[in-house]
Design a protein around this ligand. Structure first.
Ligand SMILES: *Cc1c(COP(=O)(O)O)cnc(C)c1O
Length: 431
């Protein structure tokens, strides 16, 4: 779909990609196809669908027409050849790793990750006998040294949650390429409006569509987008995609489907057998959100810059980790890799420490205290006592979530109102 990006602007594609007037009714908006199953034309048609000789709808655990529109829209905006939606961002991470990993293999990941991802990678995936090695992705020697013969993927976030860190994706993609490994980028906090990792060399992009893509805090969802550019057969390491699949009459996904191998495997095997499906209602809400993605992201970024600059001048605030600030060590990288902005998610470190953080959260009125980000509303959380609670102290500090840190997700409200709310809460918390 990257050719669609050449033909139309982002703002056009966020409204139109994947959608067409409903063939049966002419409905202009994408209907919510609230149906579990789809009638086969005849027995021959049914057999062809089950053999993957023809692509079509069988059963909504695998594919659904509303979800399919969202998949095509996200794939197009990311410059990928296909996408698979699923029940949450964490499900997307599992779907991305699923065909790449086997018992005894590992994923080398950045140590600056969403807390839930650190827990998933360091603990939960061990039950599959997969493992992870978390390293500093600014230390390229350490990254290269962490890669061993059992490594099957490299994983990072574009703009990382919660620390205001921005990854040098072109540099990391080069290292992955030299190592012959796929790079998976979690693009949740940047969205394709601020960053298109596939165009910088990433193999797969994962999303928590729960966040900015939906944009209003209504539904959970995830997506995996495939660049279609990785050669799954060259190394012999990705046997789920290169070797005969027993559960599909010996079909070889890569040989048969070429650039669509990952997407079809994720649908026909991973969703079929893991069952982490997105429902059509969720797809509908996310489609509604994506239509205004660029407008919201522009406002999110504008508000975040104004607020970060204001916070930086306050005596109660010791540090603002926002790559959009000229004082950030990542500002030059942000301007070259993320020229449209550094997102709207950052942390502040309060002079009053833990107690001031807790007091400030309780004093804020417009900012909601929730475990979410990427909502139209402004949100705040104290990561050390919530989202990053399961991490060791060392991991908390590495991921930018020490006890004196608050994470802000700046919304699209009137910026002066947000600043007034922050001012009264900062003053009360340090009184
Ligand atoms: C929220 C989030 C996830 C997990 O997504 P869910 O939809 O909550 O499962 C993964 N990565 C990042 C960066 C996130 O912000």
């Amino acid at each position: 779909m990257s050719d669609a990006l050449d033909r139309y602007g982002f703002e056009t594609l966020q409204v139109h990609a994947g959608a067409r007037p409903d063939a049966a009714t002419g409905a202009r908006q994408t209907p919510i196809y609230q149906s579990t199953a789809y009638v086969f034309r005849d027995s021959e048609h049914a057999a062809a669908l089950f053999d993957l000789k023809e692509i079509g709808f069988i059963y909504s655990r695998l594919t659904n027409p509303t979800v399919a529109v969202l998949q095509e829209r996200i794939a197009t905006l990311e410059g990928g050849v296909g996408a698979v939606c699923c029940s949450s961002g964490h499900a997307a991470q599992l779907l991305a790793l699923f065909p790449l990993m086997s018992p005894g293999t590992n994923v080398v990941a950045s140590n600056r990750l969403y807390g839930g991802t650190v827990t998933q990678f360091n603990n939960t995936i061990r039950r599959f006998n997969w493992s992870s090695k978390l390293v500093d992705f600014d230390d390229h020697d350490a990254l290269r040294a962490a890669i061993d013969e059992n490594t099957r993927a490299i994983f990072c976030e574009s703009i990382s949650n919660p620390g205001g860190y921005v990854t040098d994706i072109p540099a990391i993609a080069k290292i992955a390429d030299v190592a012959g490994l796929p790079l998976i980028v979690d693009n949740t906090a940047a969205t394709p409006y601020l960053c298109q990792p596939i165009l910088m060399g990433a193999t797969l992009v994962v999303h928590s569509t729960t966040k900015y893509l939906t944009g209003n805090g209504t539904v959970m969802g995830g997506a995996v987008v495939d660049s279609g550019a990785f050669d799954w057969s060259a190394s012999g390491m990705y046997t789920a995609l290169s070797e005969p699949e027993a559960a599909y009459h010996g079909l070889k996904f890569h040989e048969t489907f070429g650039p669509f191998a990952f997407t079809l495997h994720a649908t026909a095997i991973a969703l079929r057998d893991l069952g982490t499906t997105m429902n059509p209602q969720a797809a509908h809400y996310t489609l509604m959100g994506i239509e205004t993605l660029s407008l919201r992201m522009e406002r999110h970024v504008q508000n975040a810059i104004a607020i970060a600059k204001w916070l930086e001048r306050r005596s109660e605030v010791e540090e603002v980790t926002f790559a959009g600030l000229a004082s950030s060590p990542y500002h030059a990288r942000q301007k070259s890799v993320y020229p449209r902005g550094a997102g709207a998610l950052f942390t502040i470190r309060l002079a009053g420490g833990y107690d001031a953080c807790v007091a400030m959260v309780d004093k804020l009125e417009l900012f909601s205290h929730v475990a979410n980000l990427g909502d139209a509303r402004s949100l705040v959380i104290h990561p050390a006592s919530t989202t990053h609670r399961q991490l060791t102290d060392e991991q908390k500090t590495a991921s930018g979530a020490s006890p004196d840190v608050l994470r802000l997700s700046i919304g699209i409200e009137t910026v002066d109102d947000l600043i007034a709310d922050l001012a009264q809460a900062l003053e009360a918390a340090h009184a």
